[in-house]
Design a protein around this ligand. Structure first.
Ligand code: ZN
Length: 265
């Protein structure tokens, strides 16, 4: 079965990972802009990163027959520096017409601070003005519930954004319901240590149904498994779910959401 990984940081992964993904049926990946593990010192550092995401990375994916898409932003971890964030946000429109760019992301909150909220709102304004899709990171562990509430409040205040054009990622059992009920898309992240397991993701599909739900690996430079989506597919199969239902979550849903961007093909 073909699948799409809707959230994976391939610049941190090896070429062997692309080969493994292709062998397991991955036909497309979507890579949100992310924290590099250290704070970039200048807007020029982000310019180089956006170049990599829009030129070399799609080429590397294509060696294995995988389509590579990306999202641009300054992430929440670096958003404490509001002046730098504004420089980066001002630069993003130069890159929005590149053929593999799907929108603004992954924006969001990390420690739920005032500066993070300011930069989040300015990204939402950019997305609304440029009519772009939005991909949102919700905070980790203890900060997740409060951060998700803050994010949903700020989203509700930005009335120019259509809800079906926003994906709220890293949902868990205690945050999935308000996201789906408000009309947004929700992503479940399969991590070996935190976030979600394939079993918990399968439970949530059983509880909430497959509509507006996606599953991703969020593979990055830390402990993570780039082939986690096939683990979810196997778990669903072992529980006796139909191929149609599995495909709905891992292929049809990302296609439908991303397909709202005219640059998706
Ligand atoms: Zn991510």
């Amino acid at each position: 079965m073909h699948y799409i990984d809707p959230h994976i940081h391939m610049v941190s992964r090896t070429t062997d990972d692309y080969e493994s993904l292709a062998k397991m049926g991955c036909v497309a990946v979507s890579e949100p802009a992310f924290w590099a593990g250290y704070d970039r010192g200048s807007a020029a550092g982000f310019r180089d990163y956006f170049e990599q995401l829009t030129t070399f990375e799609p080429k590397r994916a294509a060696w294995y027959g995988i389509q590579h898409y990306t999202w641009l932003c300054i992430n929440a971890k670096e958003a404490e520096n509001v002046a730098l964030s504004r420089e980066v946000i001002a630069m993003i429109p130069e890159f929005l017409s590149r053929p593999n760019v799907l929108g603004i992301g992954e924006i969001g909150l990390n420690k739920n601070t005032r500066n993070e909220a300011i930069v989040f709102l300015e990204h939402l304004d950019l997305a609304a003005r440029m009519n772009e899709l939005v991909l949102i990171h919700t905070p980790h562990l203890a900060d997740k519930h409060q951060g998700t509430r803050m994010i949903l409040d700020m989203l509700a205040g930005e009335t120019r954004l259509e809800r079906q054009r926003v994906l709220v990622d890293h949902v868990e059992e205690h945050t999935i319901r308000p996201v789906l009920e408000a009309g947004y898309w929700a992503g479940m992240t399969l991590y070996p240590t935190t976030k979600c397991t394939p079993q918990r993701a399968a439970d949530m599909v059983e509880l909430y149904g497959p509509e507006h739900l996606m599953v991703n690996s969020a593979g990055d430079w830390g402990p993570s498994k780039p082939t986690a989506v096939p683990d979810f597919m196997l778990e669903m199969r072992l529980r006796g779910h139909s191929e149609e239902l599995i495909q709905h979550v891992v292929y049809d849903n990302p296609r439908e959401f991303f397909g709202q961007c005219p640059r998706w093909s």
